[in-house]
Design a protein. Structure first.
Length: 424
């Protein structure tokens, strides 16, 4: 359902106090699909020429939008303005009495359902949006003075209003043939339609004589829209009325539930943004923590390796107690073994004596699986597999006691119940 009741509009075009004809024109109407069409047109080209160009644009743009109403709104409005441009250009080729006729215009499609304003603009007519006491200029003047005032900020508003070249424009509608894709011709922008706002479309007959502050003082009054429109026209005439003056006002009031919904969406979007930012921060911290761990573990392993070697060199063999917790073989379970000696520097054989001097345990190194386990390979920790052989002191036959692992400083794993064929 279209929000027809939420939009009010009013338009007035006045000849002013010095002109004998009105080359301005405007459109303010609701289209069949419920969108609001507002256009302000200012004719260029001298007596009657500008007036004819303005009339052509006033007719062609609404006609095009009514005939071709399927598609993206901004694109359709661009096509409609180009259609009007080419119609004026064709007319001036045939009308030798009006070879310079053209116009400038600002057009807008206002959609209260989508809450957007589609604007297509050429020249120095203007569109403003008044909201919460502020007047925001949405269009840009395609003129030398507009460049000095808006782009490089060399002129103040008052200086621009009195500049001798303020009426020189850099582009107009109908001066030459154009296409929709000609970016040097059309200024086409989509703006949000703010709740409880007023759109002002006007010719330079208003803005050359009435300041932004004066416009705000009128729009902020609690009076009917028609009265605001009249007061703007009167303000320009009271300031001299040197040109034709055209004003179109479009007032949009959001329903109470729509305002609450918009506020809710804003809060929801804010919360969602904060959640995303927190998630990104947590992820970044996790990555940093993982990087620190990945770098610190190999450093710790290397330190442990060299520190362990220096400890072995600095202590007597009898002081090294190798824990044997968790050994599965009953014959050695629960016993502690003291390191005796290595057969060679590669630890191919390692001998231990039980603390009660009843058994000798020799561990035979079978192979080095330094990179067999991914997490150990990560910290460059060698994995030694040993076969345990028990030698009783009374000359009994030695027996196998299983397999295990050794990390430089003694046995750390558990022996299986029987030797593994995989290790032999």
């Amino acid at each position: 359902m279209r929000n027809r009741e939420n939009i009010k509009f009013c338009g007035i075009s006045d000849m002013g106090k010095r002109r004998t004809n009105n080359e301005d024109a405007f459109v303010a109407e609701r289209l069949d699909d419920g969108t609001m069409l507002a256009i302000v047109i200012d004719g260029v080209g001298g007596y009657e020429g500008g007036e004819v160009a303005a009339e052509i644009a006033q007719k062609e743009i609404p006609s095009y939008l009514k005939e071709f109403n399927r598609g993206e709104r901004l694109e359709l409005l661009k096509q409609a303005v180009v259609c009007a441009n080419n119609a004026i250009f064709d007319r001036r080729q045939l009308d030798t009495a009006r070879p310079n006729m053209s116009c400038v215009l600002t057009s807008a499609l206002i959609d209260a359902d989508r809450k957007v304003i589609d604007m297509v603009h050429v020249g120095d007519t203007r569109m403003y949006q008044y909201h919460n006491g502020e007047l925001l200029k949405l269009s840009h003047d395609h003129s030398y003075v507009g460049y000095l005032e808006e782009i490089i900020k060399e002129l103040t508003e008052e200086q621009a209003m009195h500049h001798p070249r303020r009426n020189e424009i850099s582009r107009s509608v109908g001066e030459e043939r154009h296409g929709v894709s000609d970016r040097s011709f059309l200024e086409a922008v989509e703006y949000p339609l703010l709740p409880d706002s007023i759109l002002l479309l006007c010719s330079d007959g208003l803005t050359d004589l009435v300041t932004s502050a004066q416009i705000v003082s009128i729009l902020e009054q609690d009076i009917p829209l028609e009265e605001k429109t009249k007061q703007l026209i009167n303000a320009a005439n009271e300031a001299g009325g040197k040109d034709n003056i055209t004003v179109v006002l479009v007032e949009y009031h959001a329903k109470e539930d729509e305002s609450i919904e918009q506020e809710g969406r804003a809060v929801q979007n804010h919360d969602r943004t904060e959640t995303v930012q927190r998630s990104r921060k947590d992820f970044l911290l996790a990555v940093i923590a993982f990087a620190i761990m990945a770098l610190s573990l190999p450093c710790f392993a290397l330190w442990k390796h060299f520190h362990g070697q220096s400890t072995q060199e600095g202590n007597s063999d009898s002081d090294m107690i190798v824990p044997m917790q968790g050994v599965h073989c009953d014959s050695v379970e629960g016993k502690e073994f003291t390191f005796m000696y290595d057969v060679d520097s590669n630890h191919s054989w390692r001998s231990y004596l039980s603390t009660d001097s009843t058994y000798v345990l020799r561990l035979e190194k079978l192979y080095d699986d330094s990179f067999g386990c991914s997490y150990r390979a990560l910290i460059f920790q060698p994995v030694f597999w040993y076969r345990g052989i028990r030698y009783p002191p009374l000359g009994e036959e030695p027996t196998y006691v299983g397999y295990g692992t050794d990390f430089y400083n003694g046995y750390k794993g558990q022996y299986p119940e029987s030797p593994s064929s995989e290790a032999t």
